[in-house]
Write a protein that binds this ligand. Sequence first.
Ligand SMILES: C[S@@+](CC[C@H](N)C(=O)[O-])C[C@H]1O[C@@H](n2cnc3c(N)ncnc32)[C@H](O)[C@@H]1O
Length: 717
Amino acid sequence: MSPLYYVGLQPELSTMDTAIDSDRILSAVTDGYDVLSVPITNPHFRSRVSRILQSVSDPAIVPHIAPPIYPEVNFVPNSTYAQHVLGMCAKWIELDSTDPQIAGVSSQILKHELSYASFCGLSYVIVPGPTRRNNVASYAESLNTVLAAVPYINIIVHLAMAEAGVEDTSGSEVPEPVDAMSIWDIWNSVRTICDYSSRLSVGLQLPAKLPPQTVVSRWFAEPITVLFISANIFLSNPKGYPVLSKAHQFLLFKYMKIKPYTILQDVREATQMRTSSKLPSKQDERAYLIYIRHLHTILPSPTAVEKFGRGYQDYLQNPLQPLTDNLESGTYEVFEKDPVKYAQYEKALFCALSERGSNPNAEPVIVAVVGAGRGPLVACALRASEMAKVPIFAYAVEKNPNAYTYLLQRKELQWQSNVEIVFTDMRSWNPTHKVDIIVSELLGSFGDNELSPECLDGVQCVLKSNGIMIPQSYSSHFIPAMSPKIFSSLKSQNKEDIMNTPYVVMLQAVDLLAMEIKQAWEFRHPCPYLGANSQWPASHRIEAQHERYDGLQKVDPTATVRRDTPIDIGNNEHNNRHVKARFSIESRGVMHGFVGYFESVLYGDVELSTRPDTINKKSKDLVSWFPIWFPISTPLYVPDDAEIEISIWRKTDNRKVWYEWSVETFVLVPGPGPGSDNRDSIASASLARGATSSTKRVRLGCSKLHNPGGKYSSMLL
Ligand SMILES: C[S@@+](CC[C@H](N)C(=O)[O-])C[C@H]1O[C@@H](n2cnc3c(N)ncnc32)[C@H](O)[C@@H]1O
């Protein structure tokens, strides 16, 4: 049985000059480790390479290095243990050497080692990261070449989490910033040069002193296959057992969600120090492994959203189109599993009904649930009516014929006479009576993206003049974000429409680049721009059918609501929107897209929110909606102290609704501010962030306009 969480060992091999035999690997596995990271070649090979290099007198000549042979390699093919081995490339190669001879020999060695590891059936090889800042391109070029030459192996680049060991030898007068984010910067260049290869990932070395949270979250968004933890960074608890600091524990709790291999290093050395014993027992050495396994068992329990989205993390789905498509019963069933959504709707209905007063002799309040699905909101309305002691008559309006059948059955079994089921598109519904409350749940991950505004406009004419609509309003919100994982998964599909389409996605490997999520726009209901009798034109109607089965029907076909002036579909312009929002970026990063959320006021102070900063306050544990992801086709690098401006349009024509979006980036630098010829004056925004009037905003880059004219993605009316 495969373990829930893989823990490995990097054995101390400094004195080893013979091949590792399969027994040694298997005994580590039986000691409780899942994997062993093993150097592919050993000092025999290194000696041969040194001898060859010494024999070449001309430094311009790159000598040929023949592949390693037995006993220069540490293992032989063995299908029993191949899955338990992560190969390690020689630490002494320098792919980024400025000496062409060293760089050339290093590239050959890398290729030989990967090819041998691949022959032995290994899936992963760990390659030491670059050692210089000024030659990252050469380093990446070597990796790229070998990725093409050895097609089935995955390369893990071993990097420190934060600055350590990478010298600035660029010799430039203006050195690169060496700070907590600079190793990430190097990695970003490497994977960009390697064109976001899906076979390239990171092996992250955890430092004894952790970097700031921004760096921890940044790496979390990267493809991390291995976490290296030296036993030397463990502390001792009062009983003398090794434990990690609280900060390291929290980091591991976070990173364990993406299930990297955790490889323990320096275990023997640290155990000797801890036990003051020259020959510590295996049991003493196992204390580190036991501790990591223990941490995994005490992982904080997942949030409701994490539980609900398990298996869907970073999985891109096309948004539902419940207006054009008829949903399956299983899809409704998933909606209905969200207790918070319906509790909020019930509360909203309770408040709205209570405000109408509890007079049992009064005429029932007419409630229309439009887009009723399998009826959960009808049930909410009936419960709210009972609680508020305000009698209601409910219409359940649905255009999905299969859901309609389900509703009919539910009426017969549960609701009986105070509910009427109507099979129609709500935009052409002619009820016998105007209604007091219209309830709907037509919201998408970006609020209006399932055409709630258009559908509700079409049914608004059936509302009494003092009637109300639940929700009363909803707004869309957004923030720029980095997700190499989402970008590379879209890129690998290599189709033009892919980068011009928004996706619904349960985000995990994502780093939000700005501090603040901003509102894009809002829709209110009833819509103030429509006349009381407005309706969609006849071509958009499907005939209303009130309860198809004889005996259940009680409709007076003459008593329909009169509609005098149907609105022209061309007048949907009031549902167009445009916003340009400016986001301040403190720490540099790469923008791959932006994330969209929504908030909705159901009634009064009863709200829904999917925004991570307001969800707990407004609708804790709401799980029905994952965020929406708007991709950009070319990643945009933003430096420290930058600004990102996102422009997004909601557009409509007489057949469809769609979004278009584009992005511009700027950097704030010291220099003459407003008053100079700098047209992009930043006085207001940058002063708000503490910048001075002598800050200048320099334009860096911009994206193309995505999805122009709704050419690649749209929602059909
Ligand atoms: C997101 S589902 C919500 C269903 C249900 N209220 C619930 O909470 O489970 C939206 C429902 O509205 C229906 N719908 C969408 N547009 C409609 C329209 N114009 N007229 C009638 N029903 C519509 C869909 O078929 C779907 O059943």
